[in-house]
Design a protein around this ligand. Structure first.
Ligand code: PMP
Length: 285
């Protein structure tokens, strides 16, 4: 089924959905985006995703030309017209058409794009058996240069890390920050379990403040687990009892090996499995 793509208030057939080659989203990666997930026709934590989109836009001096409510309606309509109950929606706001120079002041009309799609998950075996990942040498963007909290259209930092991970035979890869601390994976946040407590890098480590990360922290606290947002090193990862990743597309996925070290006993641990189940229940609630 061909997708109907929303651009600035109008739905276009996929092949007719077009953006100018002079759009600074294309020329410079100048724009912001979000990835959303719908379960049973309802978008998971839509308000949080929209808040983050508006925060990303604010950080880059981009004014989103529609309101939160209009965006909410447009997202829901996109899912409806495409007949998607369980799926994924990509929101993109570009800087708009401009001259060939960098200056955003020379651009006009930011483009608001919504692409609703079926979800392509990691293969089921990874949820059952866990992922093997590696640490890559591409350092996560220095937060003082370009904050990883901005979900911008310039994802080259993550793409370079992804390429390195794939070259090592892994579908996800761990990135360290400029201090050599654990930051996050190319498109997912990371958690460890150690002595029955949950550990995850703080926002200050230079990470995307994940919506799924926050949901998992809440679920863990509700179930009585202590959660520590603290700086972590690769050593902390190697000696963890359990490890898992969180993200809108991945949800919660176990990690059983990092840099050829087995994590715990090399199988998805009990706290990870419990949180996976709790997350599924929350998402479908
Ligand atoms: N880190 C990065 C770099 C991401 O791109 C994402 C989103 N794919 C995440 C973490 C996870 O964030 P969320 O749970 O909001 O999808």
């Amino acid at each position: 089924m061909a997708a109907k793509v929303y651009i600035n208030g109008t739905f276009y057939e996929q092949e007719d959905a077009r953006i100018s080659v002079f759009d600074h989203g294309l020329l410079y990666g100048d724009g912001v985006f979000e990835g959303l997930r719908s379960y049973g026709g309802k978008v998971f934590r839509l308000r949080e995703h929209l808040d983050r989109l508006w925060e990303s836009a604010k950080a880059i001096h981009l004014e989103i030309p529609i309101s939160h409510q209009e965006m909410t309606d447009a997202v829901n309509e996109s899912l409806q017209v495409n007949g998607i109950d369980d799926g994924y929606a990509r929101l993109v706001v570009t800087r708009g058409v401009g001259t060939l120079g960098l200056d955003p002041a020379q651009t006009s009309d930011p483009q608001v794009i919504i692409i609703a799609d079926r979800i392509t998950l990691y293969p089921e075996e990874f949820y059952a058996n866990g992922l093997k990942i590696v640490t890559v040498s591409t350092v996560r963007n220095h937060p003082a240069a370009l904050s990883p909290r901005i979900k911008s259209l310039n994802y080259l930092n993550n793409i370079l890390a992804k390429i390195e991970g794939k070259q090592a035979g892994c579908i996800e890869a761990l990135m360290l920050n400029h201090k050599g601390e654990v930051a996050e994976c190319t498109g997912d946040n990371i958690f460890l379990v150690r002595h029955g407590e949950l550990l995850t890098p703080p926002r200050e480590a230079g990470i995307l403040d994940g919506v799924t990360r926050q949901a998992v922290i809440e679920l863990a606290i509700e179930s009585g687990l202590a959660v520590h947002e603290i700086p972590l090193t690769r050593h902390d990862v190697f000696i963890a009892d359990e490890c898992f990743l969180t993200g809108t597309a991945a949800e919660v996925i176990p990690v059983i090996e990092v840099d050829s070290r087995s994590i715990g006993d090399g199988t998805p641990g009990p706290i990870t499995r419990d949180l996976i189940e709790k997350f599924h229940r929350l998402a479908r609630a």
